[in-house]
Design a binder for this molecule. Structure first.
Ligand code: CA
Length: 138
């Protein structure tokens, strides 16, 4: 896949944000849209799994703490059908969550609270890596 650099078109890389806190979703949306990403929000794990399948995002930002399902379950479900890069968001600085996420196929994690600069940098790094590898196993 060619690296996508076009801003303001349908070819913008898209980031699916699975998070139930509206204020955080808006902060993330603002930070990513300024950088040229298209943001697809999902407030529940179920909506996230469906959008991951139907919208083929460039990357998934996935909160561990969701109202109806654990982000870890959502990660497992997305991985059943997709190699999309997944970055977990966790409020807890919990080694167990991080290890579980990585073992379920997440590519990276960010511990809350995080800066938007860090978030954008990690999103960019993961998308670059997936473009370079063509999602071939490393
Ligand atoms: Ca949450």
């Amino acid at each position: 896949m060619e690296p996508i650099r076009v801003i303001g078109s349908e070819l913008r890389p898209s980031v699916l944000v699975v998070e139930d806190e509206p204020s955080l979703v808006e902060s993330i949306r603002f930070a990513l849209e300024i950088e040229g990403f298209l943001v697809l929000p999902a407030a529940t794990g179920r909506a996230g799994v469906e959008l991951a399948r139907s919208a083929s995002p460039s990357l998934v930002l996935l909160d561990v703490m969701l109202p109806e399902s654990s982000g870890l379950d959502v990660c497992r479900q997305i991985r059943q059908g997709s190699d999309v890069p997944i970055v977990m968001l966790t409020a807890r600085d919990s080694e167990a969550d991080k290890v579980a996420g990585l073992e379920l196929g997440a590519d990276d994690y960010i511990t809350k609270p995080f800066s938007m600069r860090e978030l954008v940098a990690r999103v960019r790094a993961q998308i670059r890596r997936s473009e370079r590898s063509g999602r071939i196993e490393e």
